[in-house]
Design a protein around this ligand. Structure first.
Ligand SMILES: CC(C)(COP(=O)(O)OP(=O)(O)OC[C@H]1O[C@@H](n2cnc3c(N)ncnc32)[C@H](O)[C@@H]1OP(=O)(O)O)[C@@H](O)C(=O)NCCC(=O)NCCS
Length: 181
């Protein structure tokens, strides 16, 4: 399962230290991290540590957080410039929640230039297909109340809202569930 996942416009690549620079640049952006954990931008060392976990996770679970690249040129929008084919636009995948589990969670984090294009929905759909293929039958998705964009993505890819909880990450989050695929 070490192959890239190909979609219409994207390629989800297995985690690699070669992508550290591109991902560290994205996770250094405050607007990307507002609704991730404690809301602070991630250091390069944190991203490097995450990449090591992603590589291990793919080997042990058959799923991970993949690096998401544009596979074709993405045109400029009203609010963002064009994105050239090959550019890393973010990441997306399925991992044990907060790297602890036992539940598995769906994640997606994009560079702001990739927002508003359906990229998260396209990447998440592909990650879920892979999760189905390796036999994962229950997934959760977590999002802050204010992160309406993320909650919309979860709804679009088939998650059911289950209310709010502070069970995971030590903060109050909406949790969503996807079962039985
Ligand atoms: C969460 C996040 C990935 C959502 O991004 P997004 O751009 O809203 O989601 P998508 O990529 O699926 O795009 C959907 C939007 O693009 C629009 N769109 C434009 N062109 C489209 C196309 N060709 N296909 C599909 N949708 C398209 C849709 O109408 C939709 O807009 P709407 O929600 O206003 O109706 C993004 O806000 C992000 O990376 N945030 C920072 C990290 C984060 O918070 N992650 C989630 C943690 S829980």
């Amino acid at each position: 399962m070490n192959d890239p996942i190909i979609t219409n416009r994207l390629r989800l690549d297995p985690p690699s230290s070669a992508d550290l620079d591109a991902l560290a640049d994205i996770f250094a952006m405050p607007e990307v991290c507002t609704y991730l954990g404690d809301g602070s931008p991630r250091s390069r060392a944190q991203v490097e540590e995450s990449l090591a976990k992603r590589i291990e996770c793919l080997a042990s679970h058959g799923v991970t957080i993949w690096t998401v690249r544009a596979r074709v040129d993405l045109p400029a929008t009203d609010t963002a410039p064009a994105i050239a084919a090959g550019t890393v636009v973010g990441d997306c995948g399925v991992i044990p929640v907060a790297w602890q589990g036992p539940e598995l969670e769906l994640l997606y984090r994009l560079h702001p230039h990739a927002w508003g294009r359906g990229v998260a929905t396209e990447a998440a759909t592909a990650a879920l297909e892979r999760a189905d293929r390796v036999g994962i039958d229950r997934l959760i998705g977590l999002a802050y109340d204010a992160n309406t964009a993320s909650r919309r993505v979860l709804a679009r890819v088939g998650f059911t809202p289950r209310g709010e909880t502070d069970r995971w990450y030590g903060v109050r989050l909406h949790w969503h569930e996807r079962e039985g695929h």
